[in-house]
Write a protein that binds this ligand. Structure first.
Ligand code: FES
Length: 106
């Protein structure tokens, strides 16, 4: 099963198995990874699943949707590699993806 490695705001790494098709926010919440909330349940309306995606995986992701762009405008520290984890569904080519969680969510 593909994995994602989350680094929480305290610098601890969490390796999580994610079934294909599952979104990465839900996978993190299921495994109680600190630093990610997922308040809206994954419908792109809260931005509490913000994370910074490692550069070598950015090209493998679909572009941000208009809604994701809008929601990201409200996060405390927006970066070029900012994504909402609920908008990323696991696919084989994302195996090993690394995501740094921000110091604070919204
Ligand atoms: S969980 Fe709400 S925007 Fe991702």
């Amino acid at each position: 099963m593909p994995i994602v490695v989350f680094t929480d705001p305290q610098g601890q790494q969490h390796q999580v198995d994610v079934p294909e098709g599952r979104n990465l926010m839900q996978a993190a919440v299921d495994h109680l990874v600190p630093g990610i909330l997922g308040d809206c349940g994954g419908v792109c309306s809260c931005a509490t699943c913000h994370g910074y995606v490692a550069a070598d995986y950015l090209d493998k992701l679909p572009p941000r949707t208009e809604t994701e762009v809008y929601m990201l405008e409200g996060v405390p520290e927006l970066r070029d590699n900012s994504r909402l984890c609920c908008q990323i569904r696991m696919r084989p080519e994302l195996d090993g993806i690394r995501i740094q969680l921000p110091d604070e969510q919204i």
